[in-house]
Design a protein around this ligand. Structure first.
Ligand code: 9MR
Length: 742
């Protein structure tokens, strides 16, 4: 129990470097818990790295490195692994086998990789041409999830080759993946419930009988009592869950708590409309991630102000004149602007178009539903908030103009196609402010997927801008129609999945869904019947994502029923309601209100965006029917994102008591450098990913139940990144919620 609490403190601490943590346990034990990943080099090298001067490869099940001669310090040539979890006061044993092309002396070092460089072990090993096994021990003076194990062999006059195998570091008292503490078993929306909305909590308790609960106001007075409904075992988390329902309480206030058994929830509010701030912040995120313009304090606040990124001012090398990757084309393009995709500063057409579409769709929804607040010029704190145009459109335009700039110019072999992406040659370190990025950036080859994404978002742009800026609308339509024709001429140009150095791949080898979505947007805008026969996808229980866009056809058809043939509208409507019903069922049958229940039980990278996108589908069903159960289900999806989940974690920065604040990001890297801010309020974390796709997840989440495979750590990019297509989903749902709570 003692250990659990200590680790819980590590997990909760705002900065995971917690040298100040509790004293050495009385009885330190040496456990056999393995603390390095892939120490046997059976096939791949990750997560091992080596210095730029020291190329290394996996060779016959060993890691071999070419060590240069003529360096000065041991650390001038290193092989290493980061994110080693260490516990204070625990002994650790390092074992490894090493050989070299001649007799050399190397250092084996286990320490923190940044000041104060607290060292657990620094030993010299005399390596010979015959493989030899070494064993060293040391005791950690600090608890930290990000220690570094390195082999340092710089300082030799002549070059040599060093090979390592069977690297093992054992020790620590907490089993890998163990010792996490999610706090109170009473899980609520930690931020706020709507006066006229559902108010439910999930309570983890092993009992099979209903439990008594009490709702207290801020003064501690009992407002309401009741008994839980026993929901049963929640498959995604393994939790035995009860539901407490206090929906009938309609008195606004802050500081409410729910007590069940001897446990108390975090405090929360009941408010007329708790979603207006969320709408503003979730949309406001996009200004903060704009590229190509200074982010001004008067709009973003002092903490988030920064110089323009990637405008060709040293040390930046782009994005004003960006060449193609060698061998792919011989021109360069001005692709400044747009939004940075996520924790990285790449700009990807497929993802950007989806995010821009979702913002423009939010605008189209507001217009269709008479949501005047959503249409406000002045809704957001952005430079365009007094230009007579709804701010949500202004923000989407920032991205759309970038998307247009990615189109291959007339006269070139693939004219009209769209470059898949632009990003750095190599991954930059965390933190790197955009204006300080010195990496060369390249345009990557055009793809059919990117081309059709521009066709879709461009056609939508033409529609929504027609009343505000006819010239821009025409530009968008021309680009969209040109893109469509280019995609017909080049229907199977796929971005390779292997292209993921310095940026994400966003690979997709089935673009039939993109054809259908683009045809839908183009038909809605032009009424040209040629597009009609190409609309052949609809919503399925799989929902939609940057890769699977077929469902967006149905969402656009039901959004704009007057623009489509009645039979198409009827079929789309039927599918939307059927799929929404399934999502509502999925939400209701789980212990926590997640409208996503994957058939295989796995939570995917960015699972919170699946939650939000499915909520968007349910919200669309509400708009079609006005059935209150749909609205309730959407609001409960927000409860899930705001803390009513297996982790007792609000995934939205600034919302709730225990909220995500260390999302993977190169600008707001407060966890690494306390002088930097954390992500701005309204930033949505990717959320649980049960595939454990980064070393921090692999070290700390071993054996996690799918819904708990999440860690609020900046290096866990697979569970805790932020991304434009995730925030656009949150912004859409928050906007719906704010509107429907009127
Ligand atoms: O959101 C993407 C997710 O669906 C993929 O599984 C994952 C791995 O390919 O990539 C995610 O997108 C990332 C992109 O490749 C690079 N920028 C950050 C994105 C969010 O993590």
């Amino acid at each position: 129990m003692f250990r659990k609490t200590r680790w819980g403190a590590v997990f909760l601490a705002p900065v995971l470097t917690v040298a100040t943590l509790a004293a050495t346990p009385a009885h330190a034990v040496e456990a056999a818990y393995e603390r390095v990943l892939n120490g046997t080099f059976d096939s791949v090298k990750t997560p091992w790295w080596s210095s730029g001067s020291t190329p290394s490869t996996v060779d016959l099940g060993r890691l071999c490195a070419d060590v240069p001669g003529g360096t000065v310090n041991p650390w001038d040539s290193m092989i290493g692994q980061n994110d080693i979890p260490l516990e204070a006061g625990q002994p650790y044993t390092l074992r490894f086998t090493a050989s070299a092309t001649r007799d050399v002396s190397i250092h084996a070092v286990l320490q923190l990789p940044a000041a104060p460089f607290t060292t657990t072990l620094n030993k010299t090993a005399a390596v010979t041409t015959t493989p030899k096994t070494f064993q060293f021990t040391g005791t950690s003076a600090t608890a930290d999830l990000h220690a570094q194990l390195s082999f340092q062999q710089g300082g030799a006059a002549e070059p040599f080759t060093l090979c390592l195998d069977d690297v093992s570091l054992t020790g620590g008292a907490i089993p890998p993946g163990g010792g996490r503490d999610f706090g109170s078993p009473v899980r609520t929306n930690q931020y706020g419930y709507a006066v006229h909305g559902p108010k439910r909590a999930s309570v983890v308790d092993s009992s099979a009988e209903p439990m008594r609960w009490r709702l207290l106001d801020a003064s501690g007075a009992v407002v309401k009592t009741g008994r839980t409904h026993v929901q049963g075992t929640d498959a995604a988390s393994g939790d035995q869950v009860h539901i407490a329902d206090f929906s009938s309480v309609r008195t606004p206030g802050t500081g409410y708590t729910l007590v069940a058994g001897d446990a108390t929830s975090y405090p929360f509010a009941i408010a007329d409309n708790p979603y207006t701030a969320l709408r503003k912040d979730a949309l406001g995120y996009f200004y903060d991630v704009r590229s190509g313009t200074p982010i001004e304090a008067q709009y973003a606040g002092d903490a988030y102000a920064r110089p323009a990124g990637h405008v060709g001012v040293a040390p930046n090398k782009g994005d004003t004149d960006v060449p193609c990757l060698p061998g792919t084309c011989d021109y360069s393009l001005d692709v400044r602007g747009g939004w940075y995709d996520a924790g990285d500063q790449g700009k990807y057409v497929v993802n950007g178009a989806l995010a821009a579409w979702q913002l423009m769709d939010s605008y189209e929804r507001s217009r269709a539903e008479g949501d005047t607040a959503g249409l406000r010029d002045g809704l957001l704190s952005i430079p365009e908030n007094h230009n007579g145009v709804p701010d949500v459109l202004d923000e989407s335009r920032w991205e759309t103009e970038f998307l247009l700039s990615m189109q291959v110019p007339a006269g070139e072999p693939l004219a009209g196609m769209v470059h898949h992406k632009v990003h750095d040659l190599a991954w930059t370190a965390l933190p790197t402010r955009p204006d300080k990025d010195s990496q060369p950036r390249y345009l990557h080859a055009p793809s059919t997927a990117a081309t059709l994404n521009l066709a879709a978002a461009g056609a939508q742009c033409a529609r929504v801008w027609a009343r505000y800026d006819a010239a821009f609308a025409r530009t968008c339509l021309t680009a969209a129609e040109t893109a469509w024709k280019a995609a017909l001429a080049h229907p199977d140009v796929y971005a390779p999945g292997s292209d993921s150095v310095g940026g994400g791949a966003y690979a997709d080898t089935d673009v039939s869904d993109e054809f259908s979505w683009a045809a839908t947007e183009l038909y809605a805008t032009t009424h040209d019947r040629a597009y009609l026969s190409r609309i052949d996808t609809g919503l399925t229980p799989a929902g939609f994502s940057w890769r699977d866009t077929g469902a967006l056809a149905d969402l656009t058809v039901v959004r704009l029923p007057g623009r489509f043939p009645a039979r198409l509208v009827a079929a789309a409507r039927e599918r939307v309601l059927a799929v929404a019903d399934g999502f509502v069922r999925d939400e209701r049958t789980q212990g926590y209100p997640n409208p996503s229940l994957p058939a295989d039980g796995a939570y995917a990278w960015g699972s919170n965006s699946v939650t939000a996108n499915n909520a968007m589908v349910i919200a669309t069903a509400y708009d079609l029917t006005r059935r209150s159960a749909y609205r309730s289900a959407v609001l409960e999806s927000l409860d899930y994102l705001l803390g009513r989940n297996a982790l007792n974690q609000s995934f939205v920065t600034g919302y709730g008591t225990r909220f995500s604040h260390n999302q993977h990001n190169r600008i707001w890297a407060h966890q690494i450098d306390p002088k930097l801010p954390g992500p701005p309020p309204g930033s949505l974390a990717g959320g649980p990913d049960s595939a454990l796709q980064d070393p921090v997840a692999q070290q700390n989440l071993v054996g996690c139940a799918p819904a708990t495979c999440y860690i609020d750590d900046i290096y866990s990019y697979s569970t805790n990144e932020i991304a434009i297509n995730w925030n656009s989903a949150l912004a859409w749902v928050a906007s719906f919620a704010a509107d429907s709570a009127r």
